[in-house]
Structures are given as structure tokens and as C-alpha cells.
Design a protein around this ligand. Structure first.
Ligand code: HEM
Length: 127
């Protein structure tokens, strides 16, 4: 049963994570950039980038940790801005993809380093 709809046994159901993540009943201000929204407890199954239930992604904790370390490392050493004239247009394929390449201007902060030993090749390069 899906709300008031009874589904026959064996029905194949496709769930759009994008639609769930933009549902105003689950997320106030769903279009806003608001990382602090995750400071509040999240309703079960309202955030499903890794799916959910017994077949949920096995690598979700690893992937989340990897992305957090990568992002923290990059924003510590460089500033990223969309190149002039570049827009962000999402396109729904199997997953949600950018409709065209996201071209960015990357400015490496010369005073910052990745914290690697000074003899490490390319220690201050992120691109
Ligand atoms: C950002 C990175 C990743 C995303 C967004 C992602 C997303 C997903 C999604 C949506 C599913 C289907 C879940 C479902 O059927 O409800 C899945 C399944 C799975 N993922 Fe990932 N995944 C990621 C990274 C990884 C990594 C790094 C690994 C392994 C190290 C991994 C291993 C698996 C496995 C084994 C399954 C199948 C689980 C099953 O069917 O029981 N994933 N993933």
C-alpha cells in the first residue's frame, strides 16, 4: 500500500531519490543550500542517496567518509568558482547528472599545503 493506493503483489516500483529529497512534506525549503538541515534528526527514509532497507548500499559509510575527507582536503587548499557563463542544469538519466560539463575556475591557495612532507612530489598541487 502506498498512501491510499493498493499495489498488486509483484508490482515493480521505481523510487526517485531526487523527488524524495525535494518533498516539501519531508524537507522545509528543499531547494535551499542548507547543510545545517542535517543537524536535525532526519525522518527515516527521507534521505536515500544510498537506497534503503535490506539492500541499502554496503559502501555507504566508506563512500561518505571518503567524500568528506576529499572535500575537506580540497576546500582547505583551493577556492572553486563556476567559470563565467557556466550554468548548473540537472538532467535526469539513470541518476541525476549535469546536462553539460561543470567548468570551474580553481585557485590554489599558495600559503596552504596538503600537509604532506616537503619532498613529496606535487605536494602543493591539487589539479
Ligand atoms: C557516492 C558513492 C555511492 C553511492 C551514491 C552508492 C549508491 C548505491 C545505491 C543507490 C545502491 C542500491 C541500494 C538499494 O537497492 O536500495 C547501492 C548498492 C550497493 N553499493 Fe553503493 N554507492 C556508492 C558507493 C559504494 C561503494 C564505495 C561500495 C563498495 C565499497 C558500494 C557497494 C555497494 C553494494 C555491494 C551494493 C549492493 C547492495 C545489495 O544489493 O545488497 N557502493 N549503492
Amino acid at each position: 500500500m502506498l498512501r491510499d493506493t493498493v499495489l498488486p503483489a509483484g508490482t515493480q516500483v521505481l523510487i526517485s531519490p531526487w523527488a524524495v529529497h525535494h518533498d516539501r512534506e519531508l524537507w522545509p525549503n528543499p531547494e535551499g543550500f542548507d547543510p545545517d538541515r542535517f543537524d536535525q534528526p532526519v525522518t527515516p527514509m527521507s534521505f536515500i542517496p544510498f537506497g534503503g532497507g535490506p539492500r541499502k548500499c554496503l559502501g555507504s559509510h566508506y563512500a561518505t567518509a571518503e567524500l568528506q575527507v576529499m572535500l575537506a582536503t580540497l576546500v582547505r587548499v583551493a577556492r572553486f568558482e563556476l567559470a563565467p557563463g557556466v550554468g548548473l542544469v540537472p538532467e535526469a538519466r539513470l541518476g541525476l547528472m549535469p546536462a553539460s560539463p561543470i567548468v570551474m575556475d580553481v585557485r590554489v591557495e599558495p600559503t596552504r599545503s596538503l600537509g604532506l612532507p616537503s619532498d613529496f612530489a606535487g605536494a602543493d598541487r591539487v589539479v
